[in-house]
Design a protein around this ligand. Sequence first.
Ligand SMILES: [Fe+2]
Length: 230
Amino acid sequence: MLIETFVLTPFQQNTRVVACETTREAICIDPGEPSIELAKFIRDNDLELQAIVLTHGHLDHIGGTTALANEFPDAEILLHRDEMYLYEALRQQPLLMGIDGDQAKALGMDYEDPPEPSRFLEDGEEYPVGELTFLVRHVPGHTLGHIVLAERSEKAVFTGDCLFSGTIGRTDLPGGDYDQLIASIKEKVLTLGDDFTVYCGHGPETTIGRERVSNPFLNDQYQLSRGRID
Ligand SMILES: [Fe+2]
């Protein structure tokens, strides 16, 4: 499995190209903003971009969808149906985050509406990319329709803004729910196995085993510090 990470947007988001090294079929997970380097990497490595897969609809994860789809018009655009409230509101998202029109333009966030999705990904679906198979898991909590993508033979999981090294996604934005996020991570991510590498939407990679033991949101330290014992 070939994985290339591009750190894009003022939010330092990890846009990734993931490809089958045998067939050269590839997906781009979360194109954060238009990027000449991203498109060039796909072309220079003779990859066939089969799909743009969105873990969720926040602007720093989908802002490059239109540009990448224009470069590779045969690529499907895939996300969970419960994420359409954010995907369809891309143009309004900067304002929701306190970024006004002039600032948005200066930051490259004066978006057009993104293209219609090709179809929706379902919880439990297995999505093939060459000899790779990505298991889709719906993990609401950071947003309503957030998904993670697990490649079990490679022991890799792409977690978007659900789980990070040492922390978890924020839950104060529309659709966020702290208890639901913790439940999603424990039921749908940690159960993959301790030896999985976690490719996060921001920051460094980690492993499920490391997060299970040391992540304060998952080992009950944070709960106890809030005075809760559940
Ligand atoms: Fe996010």
